[in-house]
Design a protein around this ligand. Structure first.
Ligand code: SF4
Ligand code: SF4
Length: 518
């Protein structure tokens, strides 16, 4: 079911090739993954299924050679029909006919409370004076594992790239992420699909094995790669675990907490099948939990084993979906990890049952403060790093997440968009027209690794500047002095979920947040 809204789609018939020469063109039919266009019995293209449009405009950009398609937002039908919109009715009919639930890519749609309900308090007379962005320095490096590892990770920015597997994403997409991490000096992540040959070398800034052997780095300053240790154990071996700069134990993710990864068989090519240890064309369905991590003791033991395997040199991280952030963080920190990523409800995915993405989990903003409080209560705030994931779009979201208690944030969907994604929500179909969520050669050829990685680098640097602007205008010259007192909530939902003071009232609301100190 389409959840993105409603769009009017118009084909300018006077200029459409199929209306001049029936059965010609039809590029929009191929471009649209949602099946919006069809041909009539005379071979002319028409808008057959307007309600399925998600507004990505791929038909305009990559479809129509004559630029004769227009896609415009329309007034949401929910304003007139309440909950029984045409979409709801169509979806009930679809289920009644097929007996199947919907699977789609991307994250939660709809009105989920997010960072937009928070504003930054600028410095004036009553607070600390602002810092001057143009004349004073701002420090934003973050180190992971400095207490426990011989080789900690030193991020140049408080940013990481969220895990995206080779399989869900093309090799070119994965390469662009690794190269961008190298250019920025931040952390990329294999995701749960294992590592393609050369991924770590690229993330470290070397073009290939030969330049690595010669010590000639192409992209400076060089970044890092976390290798994910997930429930499916795809591609996990001793070599794999030792090749990364950190190991991330994946417990869950925001888009489908409580469920394992889901890679449809059509994306499991020979190459991906070999890396994952599967027959080609088979659905790769990861278990929903680690069968050898049942309780707290098992987790602690697992962390010790992985530390041992990496010779106590590399950070051990954990990634969790949004459930009970205080308790989950407490357990993970007690197990001895160096960093905890919590992926909020709006976190994205390549494929998930829609009922899960829309209905299971806790909004990102409601997770961060509780998780930070757990670390504070354990005396580990700032020592075990908290990484907020799930719908981070810009430097403002990053500032707000850090003010709520995170040490760093992760870009997932935003990184994909910077690489070229248009948000068509069809990643699971494997026909991404921008060469990202696909394994088909004709689509992969659309993604230029060097250009895409530079777009991502530009995006991250712009976000870093935005973060710096907001931090300095509120009187900070480093990250760890930023706190929830630098924020105000502008609606009751956000105030109640985050414990941030309500703007105008200058008090926390409700009172149960009083005395909450992270
Ligand atoms: S879903 Fe995208 S490609 Fe299809 S009609 Fe709508 S805007 Fe065009
Ligand atoms: S990655 Fe590709 S398939 Fe997925 S939403 Fe973006 S444009 Fe669509």
């Amino acid at each position: 079911m389409t959840l993105a809204g409603h769009y009017w789609i118009t084909i300018e018939r006077d200029r459409c090739r199929s209306w001049q020469q029936p059965w010609k063109c039809g590029a929009c039919i191929d471009a649209c993954e949602q099946g919006v266009f069809a041909r009539d019995e005379k071979g002319r293209v028409y808008v057959a299924n307007e309600i399925a449009c998600v507004g990505c405009k791929i038909c305009m950009e990559q479809g129509c050679p004559n630029s004769c398609i227009y896609v415009r937002p329309a007034t949401p039908e929910s304003l007139s029909r309440g909950i029984w919109t045409t979409q709801t009715i169509e979806e009930i009919h679809r289920k009644a006919q097929t007996g199947e639930y919907e699977i789609r890519g991307y994250g939660t749609m709809g009105n989920i409370p997010h960072f937009d309900g928070l504003v930054v308090v600028p410095s004036q007379l009553a607070s600390r004076p602002p810092k001057d962005k143009y004349r004073e320095k701002f420090r934003m490096e973050v180190t992971i594992g400095e207490r426990t590892c011989a080789k900690p990770i030193k991020l140049n920015y408080p940013f990481v790239f969220a895990a995206m597997s080779y399989g869900a994403i093309s090799r070119e997409g994965k390469m662009a992420l690794a190269v961008a991490a190298a250019k920025l000096g931040i952390l990329a992540n294999t995701g749960e699909g294992g590592m393609f040959p050369g991924e770590a070398i690229l993330a470290h800034g070397y073009e290939n094995e030969e330049s690595f052997r010669k010590g000639v780095r192409r992209w400076n300053p060089g970044g890092y790669l976390a290798v994910q240790y997930s429930t499916g154990r795809w591609g996990v071996s001793m070599d794999y675990l030792q090749a990364g700069d950190a190991i991330e134990i994946k417990i869950g993710q925001g888009a489908k907490p409580g469920m394992g990864g889901h890679l449809l068989g059509k994306k499991v090519t020979e190459d991906i099948a070999m890396i994952r240890g599967l027959p080609p064309g088979t659905d790769a369905l990861s278990p929903c939990r680690h069968y050898d991590i049942i309780d707290q003791k098992d987790l602690k033991k697992k962390v010790e084993i992985l530390r041992d395997l990496t010779n106590y040199e590399k950070p051990i991280m954990i990634k969790m979906g949004p459930s009970l952030p205080y308790e989950d963080t407490y357990i993970a920190a007690e197990a001895g990890v160096d960093a905890i990523s919590i992926d909020g409800m709006v976190g994205g995915t390549g494929a998930s049952p829609e009922v899960v993405t829309q209905n299971a989990g806790i909004p990102t903003i409601a997770c961060i403060r509780q998780a930070a409080k757990a670390l504070k209560d354990m005396g580990l705030k700032g020592k075990v790093k908290l990484i907020a994931l799930g719908g981070i779009r810009d430097g403002a979201d990053a500032f707000k997440a850090i003010a709520l208690g995170a040490d760093a944030v992760g870009f997932g969907a935003a990184a994909e968009i910077a690489l070229g994604c248009r948000g068509c929500m069809s990643c699971h179909k494997g026909a991404c027209h921008y060469g990202l969520a696909t394994q088909e050669a004709r689509f992969r050829a659309c993604l230029n690794v060097e250009a895409a990685s530079q777009r991502l680098v530009n995006f991250v640097r712009a976000c870093a500047e935005e973060l710096k602007i907001l931090a300095m205008l509120s009187g900070h010259d480093r990250l760890d002095t930023i706190s929830a007192d630098d924020l105000r909530a502008i609606d009751l939902n956000t105030a109640a979920m985050t414990g941030v003071k309500l703007a105008g009232l200058e008090k926390v609301f409700p009172q149960s947040w009083e005395g909450f100190d992270d």
